[in-house]
Design a protein. Structure first.
Length: 120
């Protein structure tokens, strides 16, 4: 059963990512985490293990010169679902907006799986 502690754990990872603290963003990940981003995303696809997720998150954060990130959390079928909206300016000066729904499976205080979905 997903708890408010699980929701808080996931939201804390987003806050860490936004401020560029990737170590903190992956701190609660299971050693065998599976992380899946949409193929349409730059660097989309599947990653396994905290090191691979760390590399992905660092690269994705470094792509933004400035940004604002908003998260709305809910619990869906025992998982933590995050509606994530990002807007800002990429490092090349291009304005950008991204909307994604990330679904996290948390067990015993660790994220074991994340699958991102494009809204709609």
């Amino acid at each position: 059963m997903t708890t408010q502690d699980d929701v808080a754990l996931v939201l804390a990872a987003y806050e860490a990512w936004e401020r560029g603290d990737i170590d903190a963003a992956v701190a609660a990940m299971h050693p065998e985490i599976v992380w899946i981003e949409p193929d349409e995303f730059p660097m989309g696809g599947e990653r396994r293990g905290p090191a691979a997720v760390h590399e992905y998150l660092a690269a994705s954060r470094e792509g933004w010169r400035e940004m604002r990130s908003q998260c709305r959390a809910s619990v869906v079928d025992g998982d933590v679902a995050i509606a994530h909206h990002i807007e800002g300016v990429l490092v090349d000066g291009t304005p950008n907006t991204v909307d994604v729904v990330d679904v996290f499976t948390v067990r015993d205080g660790q994220v074991v799986r994340m699958r991102a979905h494009l809204p709609g």
